[in-house]
Design a protein around this ligand. Structure first.
Ligand code: ADE
Length: 239
C-alpha cells in the first residue's frame, strides 16, 4: 500500500511514521510513504505558497499553482492516485472508511496509491480540488492548524488493518466501531493481577466458560455504547 503525502511540513509526517504500528508496517514493506513538499514547486524567489484571499477577510489561502504542479509531478512519475484532501469540511473519517482502504478492490486489481493533501492556513484555493478529482476527509468537528495530524491519523488507522502488521490480526477485527462490535464501543479488558488495589477482575472472565464470557462482553459493549455513545446505536450511519 502506497501513500504520497503532499505537505509543507514533511518533517511532521517523517517524525511519527517510524513509531509503533505505522513503523512496523513500513519496516515490513507493507506500507510505503513518500512525502513531497509542495513549497518545492513554488516558482518565485521567496518560494511563496500562500496569498491573501480574494474578497477580503483574515488569514491566507494556499495558492493553486504549487499544489497543482506537485500533484501532476507525482502522478507523472508514479501514476494516477486516489486523491484525498484532509480538511475540516470533509466527510467524517470512520472505521468503515478506514476498512475500505484495505478491502480487496472489486476487480481484484491492486488499489491505486493514495495521495494525501495536507492543507495549512485558511485552506486551499478551491480550484486545486476542482482541477483534479478529490475526496475530502475530516477527522472531527474541530479545526487544526493543518492536515498533517489528520493524514497521520488516517495512515495509522489503515496500517493496523493491513494483514501481517498486528501480531494477532484478530485484535483489529474486534475493536470499537467494527462489525464484531456492531459498530459500537468495545468491551472492557483486564489482565493480571486478579486483584489490584482491592479491585477484582469480573469473575465471569476467570472460569473459562466462553459462551458466558461472550455474552458478558456483548452486554458490556451494548451498555457502554448506549450510555457513552447513544449516537452509535441503531443502524450505522443513521444516528
Ligand atoms: N485540517 C484542519 N482541521 C482538520 C480536521 N479536523 N480534519 C482534517 N483536516 C483538517
Amino acid at each position: 500500500m502506497l501513500f504520497s503525502i503532499l505537505t509543507l511540513f514533511p518533517e511532521a509526517i517523517e517524525s511519527y511514521q517510524d513509531v509503533g504500528i505505522l513503523g512496523i508496517a513500513r519496516a515490513r514493506g507493507l506500507l510505503t510513504t513518500r512525502t513531497v513538499n509542495f513549497r518545492d514547486f513554488a516558482r518565485d524567489r521567496h518560494r511563496t505558497v500562500d496569498d491573501r484571499p480574494f474578497g477580503g477577510g483574515p488569514g491566507m489561502v494556499l495558492k493553486p499553482e504549487p499544489i497543482t504542479e506537485a500533484i501532476e509531478w507525482i502522478e507523472q512519475r508514479f501514476g494516477p492516485h486516489r486523491r484525498i484532501a484532509l480538511t475540516p469540511d470533509g466527510a467524517p473519517l470512520t472505521q468503515a472508511i478506514v476498512e475500505e482502504f484495505v478491502s480487496p478492490t472489486e476487480d481484484g486489481a491492486e488499489p491505486l496509491p493514495v495521495l494525501l493533501l495536507c492543507g495549512r492556513y485558511e485552506g486551499f484555493d478551491e480550484r486545486v480540488l476542482e482541477l483534479h478529482e478529490f475526496e475530502r476527509l475530516s477527522i472531527g468537528d474541530y479545526v487544526l492548524a493543518g492536515g498533517e495530524l489528520p493524514a497521520l491519523v488516517l495512515l495509522e488507522s489503515v496500517s493496523r488493518l493491513i494483514p501481517g502488521v498486528l501480531g494477532d490480526g484478530r485484535s483489529a477485527l474486534e475493536d470499537s466501531f467494527t462489525e464484531a462490535a456492531d459498530g459500537g464501543l468495545d468491551h472492557p479488558h483486564y489482565t493480571r493481577p486478579r486483584v489490584y488495589r482491592d479491585l477484582e477482575v469480573p469473575p465471569v472472565l476467570l472460569d473459562g466458560d466462553h459462551s458466558k464470557i461472550s455474552a458478558w462482553r456483548r452486554a458490556q459493549r451494548e451498555d457502554r455504547t448506549a450510555s457513552r455513545r447513544p449516537d452509535l446505536t441503531g443502524d450505522r450511519g443513521e444516528a
